[in-house]
Ligand binder design. Sequence first.
Ligand code: CP
Ligand code: NVA
Length: 305
Amino acid sequence: MKTRNLLMITDLGGDLTKVLADAATLKQDRLQRHDALAGHSVGIFFEHPSMRTRISSEVAIAELGAHPVTLRGEEVGISSREAPEDVARVLSRYVSLVAMRVRSHVTLEAVAAHATVPVVNLLSDRSHPCQALADLQTIAEHRTLAGTRLAYVGDGNNVAHSLLLGGAMSGMDVTIASPKGFEPAGDIVAEATRLAAEHGALIAVTDDPRAAVDGADVVYTDVWTSMGKEEEKRRRLEAFSGYEVTEEMFSLAKSDAVFLHCLPAHRGEEVSAAMIEHPRSFVFDQAENRLHAFKALMLALLEGQ
Ligand code: CP
Ligand code: NVA
């Protein structure tokens, strides 16, 4: 495996397909590789709250025979108590891999530049690549990725960025529907467009959610107010009016379409309560797949070192 860090899903390059295939295999028997990382310790670090990411990564580490060490942001004080480059070099002396949820992607880049062990992004303001791995694994349980049409309805945020890039790398047509002012970053859209062209797929950005969902294979949404943006909540509630994914909006997609949400969900904002419970909603498979995908990723980064 050529990959050393996973800051953006594009860091996996051609290894993405193998990681997704390994995640599917690991799902078949959770304990099949129970001693694969025996003797390793893995550091996981959180500057924001987490439920799925923290639990799935701790359980994944333990089920591969390694030891998880969880640190909260306020304990470390990265950039306040201690410079990221020093945190990186110190952690590298203790653990085999550092996985971090950070407020700013710049922090992660500083850590990665100075760490001597692999660094994994567990969510930053720019991307959420481990989520995209689980998302692609979940979609692959229902569709061949290449040629699948995904409509993402909502904020052009970290999750949208990783879906754009991971979808493009997998040959998926990805349309993002966001209100004006909340579109995905231009450089991410440009990179996704280039990757999509390489893989025979198309990327589009629109402010018409219903047009995006029309005929889609996968409909995806995420919160309108991401962690760190709480002071914008009122403005966002107004801007995203008409973007709630309801059963009525979902009915515009293919009859066997798949609904996904990375969770946590805010019922009555970006998604209706009925949509979460819809027979074509696979949000809890998606949450489960965080575990298998993270195992496959750690094995890819650590095995053979
Ligand atoms: N989807 C996700 O990353 O969930 P948590 O914020 O609970 O980790
Ligand atoms: N976009 C959301 C994802 C949470 C898993 C956030 O950053 O808060």
